[in-house]
Design a protein around this ligand. Structure first.
Ligand code: NAD
Length: 480
């Protein structure tokens, strides 16, 4: 299937019931660095989703009857198998996303950890006994939902798919995943590798295709017991409407416009180092700290240092392992360019970047802008690219209000040496995650999700068990 030498990965069908199926309709996947086609992939459509749901329903009935600790062992084997294939998966994800290869290696390794973590949880999904009075035994069971439909974005297919798939399987569910048409290859190959390593066939199936047909066929299907969506806030609203027809519960991990706040007592070396991490994955990260508020006492120094270091970053194809790779598509690059042009027309200053650095490929230079108003489009809208804006501030209460003045609430970061202020501000920020003195910090053990329009529910950590189980209450009358 894969011919790395020619840069072509061949043809991929839907992965259903433990095997690739011969595709009928197909679409091309291209390399964002060159625009060249690198693979042909099945457009699964409603028929693909139907076949995957058949396989998932049958496999799920068997899965729940397997000893939970045995289920855990299978998931841990899946983690080992992904690690054994880490390099080929990283190469694949770099080919389809354009991301620097060292970043893909990190993502793939971190993705495998979801199977480690949730593999250890399968035999600890416990109910409780409830005191309702003499003569009764009242207890709860946390039962699986059934089949979960998981809609995956293109920005980090490996990690973002397993973030939902691993806990779903650990709690006794089956999965039909719909990878994004821009980057479906890593999800398909992880599905094959994990199944060949021992996950029962049909328990996880992947049906690539577009959103309007294949995606909607999954999210609107009566046989799906939960829709787990990761993607843009706009698409999430459509998915929720489609799922409402069958009263299917949804978990939503959507967009962000995360604030960072730099107080004057912060370690500025750390601030500059962390700010540059916004350019990781070419800034195509849901929780990227794209609005950085810097206290006026240190503003000029921080802005100058960030601008200088940003201008020194290398840009190029992911296979060359630069600091910043291309954006996913030409349209994405043009949208970033339009946001920058609009900001400049409104009086914004380009401190670094602000240009398309190469003729071919979807590249945009890492960019830092200041001098824009809090209500300018660039301050309000998620610009999914290598770009962030700086703002000055003088007062703690004022900056908290400005940081919270957004429809999003996914992530926030505070840099300060004052421990009281760190906690006070962390408690007041409206975000699902607040980090102090480091950006970013993530782990499978810690819950993740959005306030406001950044999402519904939580992925990761023990909290995911609530998302992938339903509670049954059993009451036994002892004396009758
Ligand atoms: P997108 O919303 O365009 O697409 C996401 C997925 O939804 C894709 O698989 C797409 O094919 C599918 N889809 C589109 N229309 C659909 C429909 N009507 N029914 C069912 N499925 C449909 O998002 P994207 O461009 O792939 O990803 C970038 C976005 O994802 C950004 O907004 C980013 O912030 C967000 N994101 C959020 C998180 C998080 O954890 N909160 C993580 C990564 C990305």
């Amino acid at each position: 299937m894969t011919d790395h030498a020619s840069g072509s990965f061949g043809e991929f069908g839907c992965y259903i019931d433990g095997a690739y199926r011969e595709p009928t309709e197909t679409f091309a996947v291209s390399d964002p660095a060159t625009g060249d086609d690198i693979a042909t992939v099945a457009e699964g459509g409603a028929d693909g989703i139907d076949a995957a749901l058949d396989a998932a329903e049958a496999a799920q009935r068997e899965w729940t009857s397997i000893d939970p600790s045995e289920r855990g062992r299978i998931l841990k084997d899946a983690a080992d198998a992904l690690r054994d294939h880490a390099e080929e998966l990283a190469q694949l994800e770099t080919a389809e996303t354009g991301r620097p290869i060292s970043q893909s290696r990190l993502f793939v390794t971190n993705a495998a950890k979801y199977f480690d973590y949730y593999g250890g949880l399968t035999d600890k999904v416990e109910g409780e006994t409830i005191p309702v009075g003499e003569g009764y035994l009242d207890y709860t069971r946390l039962e699986p939902l059934g089949v979960t439909g998981q809609i995956v974005p293109w920005n980090v297919p490996s990690l973002l798919s397993l973030r939902g798939i691993a806990p779903a399987l650990a709690c006794g569910n089956a999965v039909v995943a719909k990878p994004s048409p821009e980057a479906p290859l890593t999800v398909l190959e992880m599905n094959r590798i994990v199944t060949e390593a021992g996950l029962p066939a049909g328990l996880w199936n992947s049906v690539p295709g577009d959103g309007a047909n294949t995606g909607a066929a999954l999210t609107g299907a009566d046989r799906v017991d939960k829709v787990v969506f990761t993607g843009s806030t706009e698409t999430a609203k459509q998915v929720m409407k489609d799922a409402a027809d069958t009263l299917t519960p949804v978990g939503m991990e959507t967009g962000g416009k995360s604030p960072g706040i730099v107080f004057p007592d912060a370690n500025l070396d750390h601030v500059v180092e962390d700010a540059l991490k916004v350019f990781f994955n070419a800034g195509q990260t849901c929780f990227a700290t794209t609005r950085i508020f810097v206290h006026e006492a240190v503003y000029d120094e921080v802005a100058e240092r960030i601008a200088d270091e940003t201008a020194a970053l290398s840009v190029g194809p992911g296979s060359d392992d630069p600091d910043v790779g291309p954006l996913i598509s030409e349209a994405a690059r043009d949208s970033v360019a339009a946001s920058v042009d609009d900001a400049v027309e409104r009086g914004g200053r380009v401190l670094a970047g602000g240009e398309i650095p190469r003729e071919t490929g979807n590249f945009y230079a890492p960019t830092v802008i200041d001098g824009v108003a809090d209500d300018a489009p660039i301050s309000r809208e998620e610009v999914f690219g290598p770009l962030f804006t700086l703002y000055g501030f003088s007062d703690e209460a004022e900056v908290v209000r400005r940081a919270n003045d957004t429809k999003y609430g996914l992530y926030a970061t505070v840099w300060t040496a004052d421990v009281s202020r760190a906690h006070r501000v962390a408690h007041r920020l409206e975000a699902g995650t607040v980090t102090v003195n480091e950006y970013p910090v993530t782990a499978p053990q810690a819950p993740f999700g959005g306030y406001k329009e950044s999402g519904i529910g939580r992925e990761k950590g023990l909290q995911a068990v609530e998302e992938y189980t339903q509670t049954k209450n059993v009451v036994v009358s002892i004396d009758r």
